[in-house]
Every structure is written in C-alpha cells, then in structure tokens.
Design a protein around this ligand. Structure first.
Ligand code: PXL
Length: 280
C-alpha cells in the first residue's frame, strides 16, 4: 500500500484541510499519515475562530519518525500558517524525500482574487519557496497570481493560462497545474504544464453555477491521491475534477446545504467506483 504524509491544519468544524484529506485519501486506499500544523475551532471564514499553532511540534514529531525509519511515497502540503512554518515544512520535505517521493503542494491561501483572512502578500510570496521544491503544485488563479506577480484576471484567454503556467514553472515546480480554469463558456477544470516534456494538458467538465468552500481541498486531495496511485495525469485530472463537480451537485440537492463546506461524504462511494473502473 502507498503511504502519503499530508501536512496541513485541522479545522475541527468546517470540512476542509485535514478533515477532508484524511477520509478521501484513506478511501482511495492510501495509508495516510497526518502532520497537523494548527488546530482551529473552524476554518478562517467563520468569525471568531480559535487557533492553536502547532509549529513547534513539527520538528520533534518528524525527528521521531526519522528515528523509527518511517518513509513516505508522497508528501502533500495544504494550508499552512506562517512563513517560518513554510521553512520548517521545506526542511521536512528535504529530510524525507528520495528520488521516488512525489511532492505535491497545494499553496492554499486565497480565492476569488483575495487572500484568506489570516494571510498577507508577504506570506503569499513565501509560498513560492515551497512551490520551488514541488513535483506538482496546484494553485488556483488567485494563488498563482500572488505567487508569480502576474495580474489576476476573471476573464482570460488560453494564452494567459499558458503564460501563468510557464511563470509557475519558473518558480521551480516540475508540473504546475492551474485549477478553476475555464477554457470554454459553461466549462471549468484544470490545465497543467509538464516541464520535462514541455507539454500542456487539461481537462474540462461542465461548470456548475455554485461556489463552495473546501472544494479546492477536495480537488487537491483526490488529485494528489490519483498521482500517488500512479494514474496518468489526464485521468488524474478527470477523477479529481469529476469528483469535485459531482460533490457540488450532490450538495446542491441538500435543502440545508451548508455554506461552509460540501457534502463530500455522500460521494465517496462514487469516487471509489471511478478508481476501480480505471484499475480494470
Ligand atoms: O480550505 C482552505 C482552508 C484550510 N484551512 C483553513 C482555512 C481555509 C480556507 O479558508 O481557513 C484554516
């Protein structure tokens, strides 16, 4: 069985970061080791959230793992807290990485042209150091614009997306993947660039006219898991994008659909079936 380490916060209530990554990766048949960077009462889009920073625990925990000889097939980072924490995470990646380790970075820090409440532009720029050590990084357009300094646009051409991907590749990411990319009216999906083969690749499905919190974490968790399972990049994008779209669809059917997150639990069986189909 493949083993992944995921490093992100625990938002106790709110269906994001570790409370999404752990169940999804486990359901995908991947042993999932967690390294919580902070414990929050809720995610930061709730007012009055509490936050206990766990940065000082990261090195002792990982030192113990090292002593125990624990290894990982992949390391997947999500929402982090501070610039110092980013440096600690980079050093953890360097400690545990070998030539087979897949490093997947979701530089979770904003959406819709804005940073999340806990972050400023300096923090946003610091995420470029993390993307520099990534095999795969999957920012949305907001995050990519803060990382690269290119302007954020709501309407754009494919040429803008390609330019953004090349700028992300310049940071050092081997395969940057931009999420929330609409290449045709009524469609949405993701587009990536492979710096080794110099190929662009993309996947688009129907855009569902609804925006929910936590969908970025769902997409990233499934995409990271699909790469860990060795699924080719086009099918990996398809599994992650289709699962995210299906989950939003399912959430819209719920008459009390929550604003703070999606009903991803209801669509886990469908995710498992789509993976089984790919394996046949
Ligand atoms: O979904 C990203 C995320 C993760 N963790 C925390 C957040 C957010 C987005 O707001 O606040 C704590």
């Amino acid at each position: 069985m493949k083993r992944i380490l995921t490093i992100q916060d625990i938002s106790c209530f709110g269906k994001c970061s570790l409370t999404v990554a752990l169940p999804l990766l486990s359901a995908m048949g991947i042993e999932t080791v967690i390294l919580p960077t902070a414990v929050l009462s809720t995610h930061t889009l709730f007012k009055g959230f509490t936050c206990k920073d766990l940065s000082d625990q990261l090195t002792p925990i990982t030192n113990h793992w090292k002593q125990e000889g624990i290894t990982f097939d992949a390391i997947y980072t999500g929402y982090l807290g501070t610039e110092e924490e980013i440096d600690t995470v980079i050093s953890i990646i360097k400690t545990f990485r070998n030539e087979h380790t897949l490093v997947f970075v979701d530089p979770a820090m904003g959406d819709n042209g804005k940073l999340y409440p806990a972050f400023d532009e300096h923090y946003a720029k610091k995420n470029a150091d993390l993307c520099a050590v990534a095999d795969l990084a999957d920012p949305n357009l907001t995050e990519a614009s803060f990382l690269t300094g290119l302007p954020y646009r709501e309407t754009y051409t494919e040429a803008y997306i390609r330019e953004m991907l090349l700028a992300l590749a310049n940071l050092g990411t081997k395969t940057p993947i931009l999420t929330g990319v609409s290449l045709k009216e009524g469609k949405t999906g993701a587009m990536g660039y492979d710096t080794e083969t110099k190929e662009f690749f993309s996947y688009q499905n129907d855009r569902i006219p609804a925006a929910y919190h936590g969908t970025g974490d769902i997409f990233s968790s499934v995409l990271a898991g699909a790469f860990v399972l060795g699924i080719d990049r086009t099918n990996a994008l398809k599994v992650a994008a289709d699962y995210t779209a299906q989950t939003i669809d399912e959430t819209l059917k719920n008459p009390d659909n929550p604003w703070y997150g999606v009903d991803f639990e209801a669509t886990i069986p469908a995710l498992v079936s789509s993976l089984n189909e790919l394996r046949q």
